[in-house]
Design a protein around this ligand. Structure first.
Ligand code: 13P
Length: 288
């Protein structure tokens, strides 16, 4: 059964660790992430961008696939199915399709409009037991068509959104989707500290752009209130590299090496290794 992300993130905030959100693209992705979370006894959040939602034939297909997998694979750890960077319309589509968690990314609206739309969604999500993530200050780079300017969040605006009763809050602190540039200045811990002080100890903070953030920065961010960390690009890069090696070594030409279950297997193993490494680093192993 899918669960809201509220309980797992409240526990993570109090226990000073973070739960990983790993974005999915297809059956192989979802299966690799679920099996790894189960193996490590870690709660997990499966992220779905609107683009990936379309690719996987719509949100209902995804709900059916993930619910079926939880049963078919015997997954016992808490699993939240979460819309990533949802639009206002996308949020409603996922609520109606059976997602257990929603991100409404209203960061590109003026703050008053972001507040009004988030306030409305808090009510709807609360009435259905769905967790809701809001965003203040844009995450830099591009996440599946959602482009952010990388504005650092205003701690006062973070408090206004947090006070609406959202489950978790994503705040721009110099983090970027995709690979970090060589000259990246690093996370703004000074801002994170102020945000944490404004929103209080009970509010789980979300760190987007988890790919490529050095381990020491991840640990410091967790110590300052980050309880959910999003990872997408790193699994894609690992999958692509392992698949390329398989083909370049000519393994698809040997016997039935062209069978998609064989061809995709090294990529799946690479996703598992990446997820395993992140769960270790985030500290959520054995917290299910
Ligand atoms: P990366 O692709 O940089 O890991 O970011 C993922 C993310 O933040 C999804 O919202």
């Amino acid at each position: 059964m899918l669960v809201s992300a509220k309980e797992m993130l409240t526990k993570a905030r109090a226990g000073h660790y973070a739960v990983g959100q790993f974005n999915i693209n297809n059956l192989e992705w979802a299966k690799a992430i679920l099996l790894t979370a189960e193996e490590m006894k870690s709660p997990v959040i499966l992220g779905v961008s609107e683009g990936a939602g379309k690719y996987m034939c719509g949100y209902k297909t995804i709900v059916g696939m993930v619910e079926g997998m939880i049963e078919g694979l015997g997954i016992t750890v808490p699993v939240a199915l979460h819309l990533d960077h949802g639009s206002y319309e996308g949020a409603y589509k996922c609520i109606n399709a059976g997602f257990s968690s929603i991100m409404f990314d209203g960061s590109h609206y003026p703050i008053d409009e972001n507040l009004a739309k988030t306030r409305e969604l808090v009510e709807v999500c609360n009435s259905k037991g769905i967790s809701l993530e809001a965003e203040v200050g844009a995450i830099g780079g591009e996440e599946d068509g959602v482009v952010g300017g990388g504005e650092v969040a205003d701690p006062k605006e973070c408090k206004m959104i947090a006070d609406l009763g959202v489950t978790m809050l994503a705040a721009g602190i110099g983090n970027i989707h995709g690979k970090y540039p060589e000259n990246w200045a690093g996370l703004r811990f000074d801002v994170l500290e102020k945000i944490s002080a404004e929103v209080g100890e009970a509010m789980p903070l979300v760190l987007h752009g988890g790919t490529g953030i050095p381990a020491d920065m991840i640990k410091k961010a967790i110590s300052l209130g980050v309880s959910k960390i999003n990872v997408n690009t790193e699994c894609q890069l690992a999958f692509a590299a392992a698949t390329r090696t398989y083909v370049e070594e000519g393994k698809d030409l040997v016997g039935k090496g062209f069978d998609p279950r064989k061809l995709l297997a090294p990529g799946v193993e690479a996703i598992k290794a990446t997820v395993r490494e992140k769960i270790e680093l985030f500290g959520s192993a054995n917290k299910a």
